[in-house]
Design a protein around this ligand. Structure first.
Ligand SMILES: Cc1cc2nc3c(=O)[nH]c(=O)nc-3n(C[C@H](O)[C@H](O)[C@H](O)COP(=O)(O)O)c2cc1C
Length: 226
């Protein structure tokens, strides 16, 4: 199999979690002697080649981060420029990864993506979902590497079956909703720890203001006098 992978991430390749996941996934594909080519939509200079790879090849995988429970606008713009394939036979698969742990976050996006292959005269080859990917780049090579390692197995299985099998995908997606007990633990002390770690993450991302700052908050004239 030769697989064309198109990353729908808006972040540049060097800073994108999707790119790191694609690397791990491709390792699994290559292990079986198969080949890949990857195009990054964050770099608009690659759009022409990505479009012709889509037209030419019969195995396509769109890998994308979840953005506000759906696909990034950048990827939507690219999809709008594609024309339906003249000949049937192309398989289109999708890999969605998001920051939140619950698989339910990605279900709306999954339903939308399912409508695309038919519009482009392709067959749907399944959707792989995985949450909890927020820290892939932030955690560094070793810990981030552990987060993406399971994608290598998924790549191997994808190459073997030529699609994402529903029984494999459902186990991989993780919890649909977090258990009540875990949600309760996130309150109280858990909440304090989360806020503390989010402050560290924000600082690493270049945030210099308080996380609960309200720069656009309107101050009433009465408050202003005080
Ligand atoms: C604008 C924006 C919206 C996001 N919306 C969601 C969301 O609805 N659900 C979710 O689980 N993660 C969401 N995330 C988190 C990203 O999906 C997650 O961090 C992902 O790993 C980023 O991949 P990238 O580095 O390739 O962009 C959002 C991130 C951004 C920047």
């Amino acid at each position: 199999m030769h697989l064309t992978i198109i990353s729908g991430a808006a972040r540049p390749q060097s800073r994108s979690n999707t790119a790191r996941i694609i690397e791990a996934f491709s390792e699994g594909i290559h292990a079986g002697g198969h080949t890949t080519e990857v195009w990054y939509l964050s770099d608009r200079r690659q759009w022409g080649q990505a479009r012709s790879a889509f037209e030419k090849n019969e195995n396509i995988l769109f890998a994308l981060p979840l953005y506000v429970e759906n696909i990034p606008g950048l990827m939507l713009e690219f999809l709008e420029g594609l024309s339906p394939k003249e000949k049937p036979g192309t398989k289109m698969a999708f890999l969605i990864q998001g920051g939140f742990p619950e698989a339910s976050q990605s279900r709306c996006c999954e339903r939308f993506l399912k409508t695309l292959p038919q519009q482009l005269n392709c067959a749907h080859a399944g959707t792989l979902i995985r949450g909890n990917m927020f820290g892939v780049r932030l955690l560094g090579k070793k810990l981030g590497g552990r987060l993406v390692q399971p994608f290598t197995d998924m790549g191997r299985l994808f190459a073997e079956y030529g699609e994402f099998r529903p029984e494999i995908v459902s186990g991989f997606a993780g919890p649909e909703y977090l258990p009540e007990k875990q949600l309760r633990q996130m309150g109280g002390m858990g909440n304090y720890i989360q806020r503390w770690s989010m402050r560290i993450v924000a600082r690493r991302l270049g945030c210099r203001e308080k996380l609960d700052a309200k720069p656009y908050h309107e101050v009433s004239p009465v408050q202003r006098k005080q």
